[in-house]
Write a protein that binds this ligand. Structure first.
Ligand SMILES: C[S@@+](CC[C@H](N)C(=O)[O-])C[C@H]1O[C@@H](n2cnc3c(N)ncnc32)[C@H](O)[C@@H]1O
Length: 252
């Protein structure tokens, strides 16, 4: 999760300052209690009631995650999260998916190697390094869920996607968090309408998912594997599902 980047908001700075502040790490305990009481999904309930290593998620992601991830609970699910930070999100996934899950985290910061408890695993390397990503996926086995919560830089998000999406299991989910950074310049090298960002990737994947209707897929081997693109504020879930030629049929 990326907190507000005031420096990158340029002329919108004054407008932005008028909005309620986005809380950073530790919530005020009473605010946390209120969020816990208001939580609807199992994941949100778990998130606000847990006490362990720090996890950092936007509140509205929790119900979205629960909606897509619940069919994978208590199964032999293989989950790979890019971006370990303090290790709390890997703990959260363990609590949510249960003991049968295989959970790996990736981070470029070597200190993250010490922020995990077995059976969860962390491997140290960059999400922009295809050889590293392939070696982790080979160790884990075909992931069923991949969450990119790493650098949030378009070039890195795209490198990870093109390496890992082909390795995702059929029926698997590829999540990119914090795609709003696609709009932010400087550190994230983004901008409205900017090519090479995660938002631009989603647009391109949307075109490829519809290649049947224009016959010019940008990535032919990927195009028929995009089962759906579920876009919410700042988060996208890309379903991997081998598509058959679409048919329409009249019935009476
Ligand atoms: C937003 S934090 C992850 C938060 C964590 N997933 C959570 O929900 O609590 C981003 C993490 O990505 C890591 N990171 C940044 N650039 C990276 C890169 N190129 N490759 C791998 N990890 C990276 C950072 O070291 C940091 O720990």
């Amino acid at each position: 999760m990326v907190s507000s980047e005031k420096h990158s908001l340029g002329r919108l700075g004054r407008w932005w300052r008028g909005l309620p502040r986005v809380p950073d790490f530790a919530l005020d305990p009473s605010e946390r209690d209120a969020l816990q009481r208001a939580a609807k999904s199992d994941l949100a309930k778990l998130y606000f009631s847990r006490h362990g290593r720090v996890a950092h998620k936007w509140v509205h992601y929790l119900d979205i995650y629960d909606r897509y991830f619940s069919p994978f609970r208590d199964k032999n699910v293989k989950l790979l999260e890019i971006g370990v930070f303090q290790g709390g999100s890997l703990e959260l996934w363990r609590e949510y998916f249960g003991p049968r899950a295989a959970i790996f985290g990736i981070d470029k910061n070597p200190e993250c190697a010490h922020r995990v408890d077995a059976p969860n695993q962390v491997r140290i390397g960059s999400q922009a390094d295809p050889a590293f990503l392939k070696s982790v996926a080979a160790e884990l086995g075909a992931p069923d869920i991949i969450i990119d919560d790493g650098s949030h830089i378009g070039r890195h998000q795209r490198a990870s996607f093109f390496t890992l999406f082909p390795l995702l299991s059929e029926g698997g989910l590829y999540v990119i968090e914090d795609i709003h950074t696609s709009y932010w310049p400087r550190r994230y090298k983004g901008g409205l309408g900017r090519r090479g960002t995660a938002i631009h990737l989603i647009w391109q994947l949307m075109d490829d998912m519809h290649f049947w209707y224009h016959l010019r897929p940008k990535w032919p081997s990927l195009a028929s594997q995009i089962g759906g693109l579920h876009i919410y504020d700042s988060i996208v879930i890309i379903e991997k599902k081998t598509a058959l030629p679409p048919r329409h049929i009249m019935v009476q």
